[in-house]
Each structure stands twice: as C-alpha cells, then as structure tokens.
Design a protein around this ligand. Structure first.
Ligand code: XMP
Length: 512
C-alpha cells in the first residue's frame, strides 16, 4: 500500500481518497506508528499529511529520519513537508508570512519532476503559519510563493519530494495531477486499484474466511449493505441468506426496490420480514424522539434475531455481514476488529453480540469506491446513488406520533420532492433531502374554494461531505417553487411548504 501518515486534523482521509482515485491502494496510519512497523507493511510510497501543529513547538509530532533511509519514495504535504525538511536538516521558521486560501505558486524554471511543465502562477491552496526557509542539503527548491520562499522541494531523483500547499484539495489547480505524477511516474506504482480488482480480491478473501459455512446479512435498502451482500453472494453464492426487515418506515418504492430490483439484479436469496404492524403498534402515541429511536432499535434487533434464528435452524450459520466502511474504521482507532459504528447513529443497526463472526468486505473502502463496486456488480442505479437515509426512517421525519395516515402523507410529499429533484438533474447536487411532516402543527390556508386547516411540511436539502457538518443547499428557487406547488396541490392534507435554512451546527440534518 501507499501509507498516508496522519498528523492530525482531517487531511489524511482526503489524501488517502485522492491516492485511491489515482487507482493506487492507500492506508492511513497514525504518526505515532514506529518506522519499523510502517516498513513492515512494505509500502510502495509514504505520504506525510498536513496537520494542525507547528514543527518546532515541544512535543510536536516528528518524522523519524529512518523513513527516508529505506529507499521508499516519500512525499510531504504542508505539515508533513515541514517535518520532512526538519528531519533532513533543512530549516523551518515562523517568518510572519502566513498564507491561507488560494495563493499563486511560481514553479522555478527547472522545476523538477513533480511540477515540470505546469503553468506559472498556478493557483494552489495554502494553509500555513510556519515556512520552510531552507531546503535540506542536496534538495532543490522547485517553487516559491509570496509567503513561502520554499514552497516545494525534491531530491535529484524526485523520490523524496514535498510541497507546502495542499495538492489534495479541489482548489489546487493540477493537484490530482501532481499526486498522480508522484505515484505513477516518480514512484513507479502500477494503477491497479480498480473496481474489478477490488471485487476479485474481496471475493477471494470472503471465500477464505467463510469456507463452507452459512452467512446472513441484513439489508436496509442502503448502498452499503446492498454492496456488501452482493460481494458475499459473488463469493459464496447461496451460502448467503439476506434478511430484509420491512419496518414500514421506508419511503415510497424503497421496499420494492430491495424485494424486486435488487433480487433480480443479484439473484440473492432474500427473506422479507413484513413487520410494519409490529413497529407501528410499538410506536403508537409516542412523540418523544429518543423514545422513538429506542423502540425502533429494540424492535429491529428482536425482529432480526428471530429471523436469524429461523435461518440458523436450517443450516450452519456462523457469519454475519456488516457494511462497515473505512472512515468508520479510521475514526474508531483503526485497529482490527474495533467497534465501528457511532452509537448515536446505530439505530437500525445490529449489536455485535449476536453470536456471529463478522464479515466486513467494505472495511478498507471509501463510500465512492463502494458505489463504483455497486455499479460494477450490476446493482440498480437508484440504490447505488441513494442518499443516506436514517435507520429509524420516516418515523424521525414525522414530528409527533407516527401512524399509517401520517406516514402516507409524508410518503406522498417526499416522493414529489425526490421526483422533482431528479427531474432537475440535481440528485448528486445535495447530500440528503429530508422532507419533514410537522404532524402536530396546523395552519390556516385557502385551498380550492375554501379555508383549509392543514399541516406544514419542511424541505431540508443539505450539502455535506460527511454528515458531521452541513449547510442548507441553495437549490434553484424555481425548483423549490415546483415542489411546493405540487405538494400543496397533490397532497390535500398539506397546505404549507417551508424551507429549512439552518446549517449544522447548530441544527442537525434530521429534525429528530
Ligand atoms: P443528524 O440528524 O445527526 O444526522 O445531523 C447525521 C446523519 O446521520 C443520519 N442518521 C442516522 N442514520 N440511524 C442511521 O442509520 C440513525 O438513527 C440516524 N440518525 C441520523 C442522518 O440521516 C444524517 O445522514
């Protein structure tokens, strides 16, 4: 792998993703990992990431010079660049020249392997208070900027290089090209990390892990469980049984998508547990958000367990598939087998003590890779590109108690919003687009030829990278207008449509 050494902040994940986009497998390791351990992973290259610290304060994370002695190509970025300079005998100082944001970069005429033939005054993204003031002995300075006399350097082979700016962010022109050059041309790494190869590799691993035992997998309708199950099915065929607990809280068409389109695309054996009555009975009269979540979580686990016992009664079930992704693994410490699901978002998930061993074929993958795999495996596009959807479903998008009538109203309104968003070609322009029914609120309106006293729905389109923070999406007004008109015309119970213009924080994405 290419190792991305994490010096803190959020840079390492983005770098690791960009490396994967260059079709090269990458892994994030903490800066505290001993060099011997890094080298034991036989890295094809090492990238030192940015970080929030200053290299010369006491206890600042350092780079062990041993990294440079093993002949492995090393690329330093921002903090990693400065730490590299320091470790190799260059100088880093606080010159008072800070640079934040877009900055023109001036490559030197003989600009070395990394920046060769790139245009002058290249816009790059900077974020630094300290500067490298002297490159290490034997290194060539290949670019400068107004605030950074040494904005890039490399050794005569190019195999040890660094830049002050962030090539991994979209604001840096030719940033991806620089990373690709380093990985492919300079380090000589073959771009073999393709969906086809990932599938082959995972299929082999799953076969080895599972052997002849039986496997079960819970499908939620989301892309992660769908892809995880499809991979396992590709590996062990009908040793896999999928369970779909239909809690009756999904959006219009979603249950059918799992039961018909997904099964048709994969040939997976699916056990559907139609549990809407059970969930709605347990939820009757409950409007407190935390109680709703608890009830749904509990009922889900009980229902799934019963279905699993049923399947286990007929075979030798030893494994449970989970769609854990790489960011969860990294954020929970990265160790093998660590708990990987944020408890707050665990509703609709399963506890780890169900008595099965876990199969986690997506543990090394980012979301965009999971989607690419899904397409390669022939899954329905609507599933592959589905926006994130909370485990408790529409229950936490009805403000007030949940019942069939209210679910039906919300489903019809939500369907219109989704349909118009798609028709405008903006599905991928938002992260999520919750539609929320304020079921206990009524307002006066005039519909047709009379006074109405109906419910408001809230449109909550948001943009986000990871759901940790979000901003409200500036959707075109005419799209909002079409959605509003159609909902109030076609859903008689709703006489008002409002737009949520709150970022997260302080709001959350969902209303409950
Ligand atoms: P909030 O509302 O906290 O949501 O900003 C952040 C992201 O998490 C999703 N979400 C959940 N997902 N089970 C889930 O699987 C849950 O209980 C749950 N609650 C929120 C939400 O849709 C958003 O993407």
């Amino acid at each position: 792998p290419v190792l991305v050494v994490d010096f803190g902040a959020q840079y390492a994940q983005l770098i690791a993703r960009r490396v994967r986009e260059a079709r090269v497998y990458s892994e994030i390791v903490p800066h505290s990992m001993p060099v011997a351990e890094m080298l034991a992973k036989d890295p094809a290259a090492i990238i030192l990431s940015g970080g929030p610290s200053s290299v010369y304060v006491p206890n600042a994370p350092q780079v062990d010079a041993g990294v440079f002695e093993a002949g492995v190509p090393v690329f330093g970025i921002c903090y990693g660049f400065q730490a590299m300079a320091q470790a190799l005998g260059g100088t880093v100082a606080r010159t008072g020249n800070r640079e934040y944001g877009g900055t023109p970069l001036r490559p030197r005429p003989d600009s070395g392997a990394l920046l060769r033939d790139l245009p002058g005054d290249l816009p790059v993204w900077m974020s630094h208070g300290d500067c490298v003031t002297e490159a290490p002995p034997g290194f060539v300075v290949t670019a400068e900027s107004a605030g950074a006399p040494v904005a890039a350097f490399e050794d005569p082979t190019g195999r040890r290089a660094g830049v002050q700016f962030h090539p991994e962010v979209g604001h840096t022109a030719h940033g991806q090209e620089m990373l690709t050059r380093f990985l492919h041309d300079i380090a000589g790494i073959e771009p073999t990390w393709t969906p086809e190869n990932i599938i082959d590799e995972q299929v082999a691993r799953i076969r080895e892990q599972v052997g002849t035992k039986e496997v079960i997998c819970g499908l939620s309708g989301g892309v992660d469980s769908a892809v995880a199950a499809a991979l396992v099915h590709r590996a062990v065929g009908d040793q896999l049984t999928c369970v779909f607990v239909d809690h009756g809280l999904l959006r219009a068409g979603e249950a059918e998508q799992v039961e018909k389109d997904y099964v048709a695309a994969t040939g997976i054996r699916l056990k559907v547990v139609d549990s809407a009555d059970r969930f709605l009975t347990a939820l009757a009269g409950v409007s407190d958000p935390e109680r709703k979540r608890k009830i749904i979580g509990r009922e889900f686990i009980r229902t799934f367990e019963a279905a699993a016992r049923d399947i286990a009664a007929h075979g030798d079930v030893e494994f449970l598939v989970q769609g854990t992704l790489y960011p969860d693994v990294v954020e929970s410490g990265g160790g093998a087998g660590t708990a990987s699901i944020k408890s707050h978002h665990n509703v609709g998930g399963l506890p780890e003590d169900l008595g099965f061993s876990l199969v986690e074929p997506l543990r090394t993958l980012f979301k965009d890779e999971v989607r690419a795999l899904g397409l390669q495996l022939g899954l329905p596009e609507a599933m592959v590109w589905r926006h994130p959807f909370p485990g408790p479903g529409l229950a936490i998008r009805i403000i007030g108690a949940v019942d069939r009538e209210r679910l039906d109203v919300l489903r019809r309104a939500d369907f219109i919003a989704r349909q118009e968003l798609s028709a405008a070609g903006l599905d991928r322009g938002v992260w999520q687009f919750p539609v929320v029914l304020l079921a206990d609120v009524r307002s006066v309106g005039v519909q047709g030829d009379g006074r109405s006293y109906g419910h408001p729905v809230v449109l909550r389109p948001v943009s986000s990278e990871d759901a940790m923070t979000a901003d409200w999406s500036r959707l075109p007004y005419d799209l909002i207008a079409r959605i509003s008109t159609r909902i109030t015309n076609e859903v008689a119970e709703v006489n008002r449509v409002v737009l949520d213009v709150t970022s997260k924080p302080p709001g959350t994405i969902e209303w409950e």
